[in-house]
Design a protein around this ligand. Sequence first.
Ligand code: COA
Length: 332
Amino acid sequence: MSVGIIGTGSYLPSKVLTNFDLEKIVDTSDEWIKTRTGISERRIIDDNANISDMAVEASKKALLDADLEVSDIDLIILATCSPETLMPSTSCLVQQKLGAKTIPAFDVSAGCTGLIYAITIGTQFIETGMYEKVLVIGADALSRHLDWTDRTTCVLFGDGAGAVILGKVQKGYGIISNYLAADGKGADLLKIPAGGSGLPATEDSFEKKLHCVQMSGSEVFKFATRALPRATKAALKRANLTIDDVKYIIPHQANIRILENVAKKFGVGFDKLIKNIDKYGNTSTASIAIALDELQRANKIHEGDILLLVGFGAGLTWGANVIKWVKYKKSK
Ligand code: COA
């Protein structure tokens, strides 16, 4: 037996914030944002919703796709950079809202690489025989952590959630390799400084907007153009495959120029890289799951296709999963 993705789902809030809307908020332009990032618009979470609500919607779709009930799930792992509360974990809120019984649930904090980490963790639980079906979610609402006066960050991010269900698939298919890495030396390059125990929220931290995303854009850009190829090469090597074997690269959606750079480095056609950044911006831990779900629902993935999920993010972290796709058939 192998472990594979047996269902996918995603959720995007209905509220659209375009580059033209942003022109009215900060000193920016549609032209600058489009040419420097590839983003045209992004979604913003409803005022009365939280990331657990988005996560639940994405999870319900994934359950339906896998033809499963919530009672079939043994474990929930939720990756996020914007947990609903520091305590309890957002995954516990999702468990309750989904109506799941007392199955274990925990959050993973690994920056925008969170989904890759969570898929890798979930896979191990099934491989060891401890659980059979694991719900893995990436959900973020970084719009709630943006300084809407800082044009260098507020134009980049959007909100959303994506979910995958991991389960047993036929041998030789499914997740055939994983690769994870981190380098805390780069911790300062991308962070939300306040709100944790290191710098609890105070009047001063609020005034200085220290609960907002801070980023050294060009440094993160350079890191990303190194990290994505490194993760890709390492995961493919473990799978004993080459880039030519890969049908689709599903990368974290942060900047179209990062993806162009990666395509160039590997000498692969840009169409091999799945892109939806123009519509959603950087949805952090959700971006890879949303892109995978859209591709799957468009019937573009076929049995035996090799997919490479690859991400990078705060931490710094980076990683990849290589998957040989198989359409899941539920045993009745
Ligand atoms: N609108 C208009 N001008 C802007 C702007 C905006 N939204 N943001 C920055 N600028 C300006 C800068 O102030 C700078 O002006 P100056 O030359 O007068 O100082 C100029 O544009 C160039 O800025 P720079 O930071 O060099 O742009 P860039 O080409 O590096 O693009 C990013 C900036 C943030 C888009 C890019 O560095 C990036 O995408 N980095 C990676 C981010 C990332 O992946 N984050 C998520 C990781 S999970």
